[in-house]
Ligand binder design. Structure first.
Ligand code: ZN
Length: 226
C-alpha cells in the first residue's frame, strides 16, 4: 500500500452512534481507532517518557496540555500511517489548539495522508432519548454499547446480555437526562466543525438521527466516495 491511509476525524455528540461505528470499522474493516483515554493509561502503565509526564500532571490535579496530547497522538499515528487503510480519531482534536496542532502535524509529517472530517448530525432530543436507553457491556475488554430505545436498532438479542461476550449490560450513571443535556451544551460550545471549514477542510455530514444500520450504510457509501 503506497501510503494509502485515510484519517477520519469523527465529530458528534455522545449517542450519535460514532463510537459504535468506530468499533464496527475496527472489527469489520481492520481499521484502527484512537482512544486518547486508553492511550494515556497505556503510556502510564508502560512508564514511557510521555506516560511519566502524564502521570505527574494527573497526580498534581492539572489538565494534560494540548501539546502533550498531540505528541502522544503523533507517536501513535507514526505506527499506523501507511500500514492501516482507515484511521479514526474520535474525541481528538477536542480544542481549537488541538485542531491547529494536528493540522500542523499532518502537513509537516504526514503530507500524503488523506484527511476526512465526518460530522454526525443529530437532534438533542434524540440524543437524550437514545442515551437514557443506553446499555454498556460491563466486560472491560468488550464495552459494547446497546440501546433499548425502539428504532435505534441496537437492542441486545437477550435482555441485559452482551451478544458478543455474554457479559452483563448496565446503564451508565452519567446517562441521566439532565446530565446528558449538560454534556450536549458543552459539546455544542466546542464543536470544532466550523473551525475545520475556516481552515479549508470540508466537513462531510452523516445524518445520525437514523437507526444505526442506516448510519453504517451511509458511512460505507461515504468511504467509497473517495
Ligand atoms: Zn460484551
Amino acid at each position: 500500500m503506497k501510503n494509502g491511509s485515510t484519517i477520519y476525524i469523527f465529530i458528534g455528540p455522545p449517542g450519535s452512534g460514532k463510537g459504535t461505528l468506530a468499533q464496527e470499522c475496527v472489527r469489520e474493516l481492520d481499521w484502527v481507532a484512537l482512544s486518547t483515554g486508553a492511550l494515556c493509561r497505556q503510556h502510564i502503565s508502560q512508564q514511557t517518557e510521555i506516560g511519566k509526564q502524564i502521570d505527574l500532571i494527573i497526580k498534581s490535579g492539572k489538565l494534560i496540555s494540548d501539546v502533550l496530547v498531540t505528541s502522544m497522538v503523533d507517536e501513535w499515528l507514526s505506527k499506523q500511517v501507511g500500514k492501516v487503510r482507515g484511521i479514526i480519531l474520535d474525541g481528538y482534536p477536542r480544542t481549537e489548539q488541538q485542531v491547529m496542532l494536528l493540522f500542523d502535524l499532518l502537513h509537516t509529517k504526514y503530507p500524503d495522508v488523506h484527511l476526512r472530517v465526518v460530522k454526525f448530525d443529530i437532534s438533542d432530543d434524540i440524543v437524550v432519548n437514545r442515551l437514557s436507553g443506553r446499555l454498556m457491556c460491563q466486560n472491560k475488554e468488550c464495552q459494547a454499547v446497546y440501546s433499548t430505545v425502539p428504532g435505534a436498532g441496537l437492542a441486545p438479542k437477550k435482555v441485559n446480555v452482551c451478544d458478543r461476550c455474554s457479559g452483563t449490560l448496565m446503564s451508565r450513571v452519567d446517562d441521566k437526562p439532565e446530565v446528558i443535556r449538560d454534556r450536549l451544551i458543552v459539546y455544542h460550545q466546542h464543536d470544532p466543525s466550523r473551525l475545520f471549514e475556516q481552515m479549508g477542510q470540508s466537513v462531510e455530514i452523516i445524518d445520525a438521527n437514523k437507526p444505526f444500520n442506516e448510519i453504517l450504510s451511509d458511512f460505507i457509501q461515504l468511504i467509497e466516495r473517495a
